[in-house]
Design a protein around this ligand. Structure first.
Ligand code: C2E
Ligand code: CA
Ligand code: CA
Ligand code: CA
Length: 279
């Protein structure tokens, strides 16, 4: 037993070392990735549940690593937040998304908004409202066509500061959605004080609506709150027609998920718009 314990320990130590190495490599590569143009944006349509028409798209970051292949944002965003690279990366995402969608809208004026994810740390690292103003100005994207998705993490350090920034954005007509709603600790208390346009119900909750009665009850309660506060709702991660029907029954208007479309490169989005909107 002792021997096995020891070899398990060695194995464990080796694994930790490998993890540390791969961490260091990831960090180094991440810094280079921006300049090597290894990042791209994919776009996932947000649809009107009743009609199935596209009302907007969410920009989702993709990292194509030359050796390791595709690396998920869930893996590298936390690194970028730790080492501060999120500032540059976040700026790049905002510029690219607004440029892309301003372009797309020249051909398909009916395409609604583009939603851009803003990491909590970005508020501290840069003047978001100034950056947004500059990007809208030079890309020509109308402010009404930009949505920022933020998480409640954003408010943990300085609620007053971030709310002021949100108010400037609101004055510019940029809408803000509270992302991953319900996954944090104190979403409800923030809702009351923040100038947000609406919230996105995280896909973990949507998954449960047709699985457990408690899951359905939780989402119903969230919808009641959103309704009483006149907040828009987007349901995330809709994968089955049962989930869609449930949401329709609850009068939810907007959703995104694999049932409708996966995140896709810009050219695929254009092809999809071509097919659905005609020319
Ligand atoms: P999120 O903002 O909650 O984005 C939704 C995630 O759910 C995306 O994962 C999307 O691909 C995935 N998804 C959409 N529909 C479905 C579905 O029907 N089923 C399932 N299983 N998944 C679905 P993704 O693209 O891997 O992004 C993960 C997270 O990384 C995002 O979660 C967001 O927090 C972060 N992220 C992505 N792009 C950016 C970015 O440009 N900036 C920042 N700061 N964070 C980003
Ligand atoms: Ca999001
Ligand atoms: Ca500002
Ligand atoms: Ca989510």
């Amino acid at each position: 037993a002792k021997k096995r314990g020891r070899s398990q320990y060695c194995y464990f130590a080796l694994e930790m070392e490998e993890q540390a190495q791969s961490r260091a490599m990831l960090e180094r590569d991440l810094r280079a990735a921006l300049h090597l143009q290894q990042f791209t944006l994919h776009y996932q349509p947000v649809v009107d549940l009743a009609s199935g028409t596209i009302c907007g798209v969410e920009a989702l970051l993709r990292w194509q690593h030359p050796e390791r292949g595709f690396i998920s944002p869930a893996t590298f965003i936390p690194f970028a937040e730790q080492n501060g690279l999120i500032r540059e990366l976040g700026e790049w995402v905002l510029w690219q998304a607004c440029r892309d969608i301003a372009d797309v809208r020249r051909r398909f004026p009916h395409l609604g908004y583009v939603a851009v994810n803003v990491s909590a740390r970005q508020w501290r690292l840069q003047d978001m409202s100034a950056l947004v103003g500059q990007v809208l100005n030079s890309t020509g994207l109308p402010a009404q066509q930009l949505v920022l998705e933020i998480t409640e993490q954003s408010f943990i350090d300085d609620l007053a500061f971030v709310s002021r920034e949100l108010r400037s954005l609101q004055l510019m007509d940029v809408r803000v959605l509270l992302d991953d709603f319900g996954t944090g600790y104190s979403s409800l208390s923030y809702l009351k004080r923040l100038p947000v346009h609406g919230l996105k119900i995280d896909r973990s909750f949507i998954h449960d609506v047709t699985e457990h009665p408690e899951g359905a009850a939780l989402v119903r309660a969230t919808l009641a709150i959103a309704d009483s506060m006149k907040l828009a709702v987007v349901a995330e991660g809709v994968e089955t027609s049962q989930q869609r029907d449930w949401l329709l029954g609850e009068d939810v208007r907007h959703a995104q998920g694999y049932l409708y479309a996966r995140p896709m490169p810009l050219d695929e989005l254009l092809a999809l718009l071509e097919a659905t909107h005609g020319r």
